[in-house]
Design a protein around this ligand. Structure first.
Ligand code: AMP
Length: 475
């Protein structure tokens, strides 16, 4: 039993916090600078991961990768990019917090197998990788990283299927959890989404060339057009024969991660035909309909609270004020693991404007409360410059359950809504009142064609058996 929990704990510490961005391009015209376009794509996906980044290129069947720790702009320069020539490329940005900040965990992964070279980049989190890893280790497989991606690579290498595409298909059929994958063989670019469609993945076109990416904002940057989202359970293969697609798995109830719409995706991205900014704006409008508070101004916590504060103001008629300024040169507060550093980073990042807030009743809007650090700090700052009343409004329901599918919503004991009720949270953050958007209101605000949603972080309804007793690690 003790061993079981150690294993679970390692999984929670090491891997559930991987939220990443993937990008791939196949340039059939041979005229594209694929490394530079991948660099631009990764730059647009930087919000999805700041820990490490990498690009793998394919030059007539020869695969080469360059990856390092840090931001895309710090890792790549003109010289490195000009060295990465080819007609296909894939790239990855990785986000992680504690436990696994290692170059060995940077992606894309490049492996040589008897079936040929294979590069893999993965966004999401598998729930059965410990089990598969354990079985493979018992059979003599040696792992170099704690990445789920490496588990997939070994499954491909060991598959009894000789053809690499069949081996990839067979491997994807064995893994469970959230995954949006871009892979590259010696002659093909492959993109696949897990059967539930937890994480986003879109297909686009730039002239005669195909691109795939976690978010459509990358297409805008490189001048590509969106064709469509890759479907849950679908695999797309692009090579000199053109583009082909098939379902490698039975489709499951479509459960796209609703947190992508709330916080994670860039507001200029389109998911399921729905622009993310407009969905967030509607969440703000709905929040205003659900709340009954009088105030002088509506102030967003920048930048994630801006679209919903705009919507809130439009619906309620309460003036929108940019009462808190953000220093954009400071990274996200989640990146550093200790509480002390998180507190300091909030102060470095956000500064309230006294002339707007003093003696006023304000409604502060943010997209979510996770640990409660940000709200508590901001309310303290806003009060210290003389706000008369501070009401906190959140454009999502309380995050009370951990995510096992790749969203950094931590362990349940660190989630304030996993420990306290709304009144307790309100007291903890020091607000005059606290309001959350209802789950129904949230889902009604999103108009993504045919998409169903995973809401496990709000209601604990996990679509895939996680193999983890979600309450076992609370203490
Ligand atoms: P906290 O301070 O722990 O309550 O975190 C809430 C703040 O972090 C909010 O301002 C959110 O915009 C932001 N946030 C929410 N979810 C995440 C996430 N998965 N990763 C990083 N930041 C997040």
């Amino acid at each position: 039993m003790a061993d079981k929990y150690r294993k679970q704990d390692r999984r929670l510490m090491d891997k559930m916090e991987e939220e990443c961005g993937v990008f791939g391009i196949y340039a059939s015209d041979g005229k594209c600078d694929v490394a530079n376009l991948t660099y631009l794509g990764l730059h647009a996906l930087q919000h999805r991961g700041q820990e490490s980044a990498g690009i793998c290129v394919n030059n007539s069947g020869e695969l080469r990768v360059y990856k390092d720790m840090g931001l895309v702009t710090n890792i790549f320069d003109e010289e490195k990019l000009s060295d990465l020539t080819g007609e296909m490329a894939l790239g990855h940005v990785r986000y992680s917090t504690t436990g696994s900040s290692l170059l060995a965990n940077a992606q894309p992964l490049l492996v040589n197998s008897s079936k040929g070279d294979l590069s893999l980049a993965h966004n999401g989190n598998l729930v059965n990788s410990d089990e598969i890893r354990h079985n493979l280790e018992e059979q003599g497989t040696i792992f170099h990283s704690t990445l789920d991606t490496e588990v997939i690579a070994h499954l491909v290498a060991r598959s009894f299927k000789d053809d690499i595409i069949e081996a990839i298909t067979h491997s994807l059929q064995q893994i469970k959890g959230a995954f949006s994958i871009v892979a590259m063989t010696e002659d093909s670019l492959i993109a696949a989404r897990d059967p539930y469609g937890f994480r986003p993945l879109s297909l686009g076109r730039k002239g005669d060339n195909y691109v795939v990416a976690s978010e459509t904002c990358t297409f805008d940057i490189i001048g590509a057009e969106l064709i469509r989202d890759i479907e849950p359970g679908e695999m797309v293969i692009i090579n000199e024969d053109g583009i082909e697609s098939f379902y490698y798995s039975e489709q499951r109830p479509n459960t796209f991660c609703v947190f992508e719409f709330i916080y994670f995706a860039r507001p200029d991205s389109i998911i399921g035909g729905q622009n993310v900014h407009l969905a967030r704006r509607e969440m703000g409008r709905q929040l205003a309909r659900e709340m009954d508070v009088e105030a002088d101004s509506v102030i967003p916590v920048p930048s994630s609270g801006i679209p919903s504060a705009l919507g809130f103001s439009e619906e309620s008629g309460i003036p929108y004020q940019q009462g808190i300024l953000r220093n954009k040169y400071v990274g996200r507060t989640f990146i550093q693991p200790t509480q002390e550093i998180r507190d300091l980073k909030v102060r470095l990042k956000l500064n309230p404007i006294k002339e707007i807030i003093k003696d006023k009743k304000v409604i502060l809007i943010d997209d979510s409360i996770v640990r409660g650090t940000t709200s508590k700090q901001i309310i303290r700052m806003v009060r210290s410059i003389g706000a008369k009343e501070v009401h906190m409004a959140i454009s999502s329901p309380p995050v009370a359950y951990p995510c096992y599918y790749g969203m950094d919503t931590s362990r349940r004991k660190e989630l304030i809504a996993g420990q306290k009720d709304i009144e307790g949270i309100c007291q903890h953050i020091g607000a005059d009142s606290l309001h959350y958007l209802s789950q129904e209101g949230l889902l009604n605000s999103i108009n993504a064609n045919g998409y169903g949603f995973c809401t496990a972080c709000f209601d604990g309804e996990y679509q895939i058996e996680t193999g983890i007793d979600k309450f076992a690690l609370e203490k």
